[in-house]
Design a protein. Structure first.
Length: 156
């Protein structure tokens, strides 16, 4: 990562840590998942409200390091309003990027591709992935609305 991209990565992470997007309760959620990283104490609760095969609203609560909170905040921005199928595509692309398994799909990830800088710090990859694991759990939760739309778990 060049110096300019490294500075942008730091700026984005700090901005999202200080001013997380979609942070707080979501009382009418129909999907929820909790994630905990015992290595560093990061803890996230992710809630989604879905309908018509989309993520109508999304919010997270919890506490964690700057990378954990920034990743959760960036994720909520990226998938808010997205079709469930597209959220699964972003989830897989993010997993590939964080694991270093293949090329970074910037067309799918957009601004999220800045988080590839985390790979320089292997002990922090789990921090960046925590909210994404919670999203994966939420996307796998069956709901009556999702089943009615034909978007059952495993059908991407």
């Amino acid at each position: 990562m060049n110096d300019e991209l490294g500075l942008l990565y730091q700026d984005v992470v700090l901005d999202h840590k200080r001013h997380p997007r979609h942070h707080g309760p979501l009382p009418d959620a129909d999907r929820e998942s909790r994630g905990y990283n015992p290595l560093c104490g990061d803890s996230i609760t992710l809630r989604l409200r879905t309908g018509d095969g989309r993520i109508e609203d999304i919010a997270f609560e919890g506490q964690g390091c700057a990378i954990c909170v920034a990743s959760a905040s960036l994720m909520t921005e990226a998938v808010h309003g997205a079709r469930l199928v597209d959220a699964r595509v972003a989830l897989r692309a993010m997993h590939r990027m964080l694991s270093g398994d293949g090329e970074v799909d910037e067309a799918v990830l957009g601004k999220l591709s800045l988080l590839q800088g985390v790979r320089r710090f292997p002990s922090r990859i789990k921090c960046a992935a925590l909210a994404w694991h919670a999203l994966g759990d939420c996307l796998d939760e069956p709901t009556a609305a999702a089943q009615e739309q034909g978007d059952e778990p495993g059908r991407a």
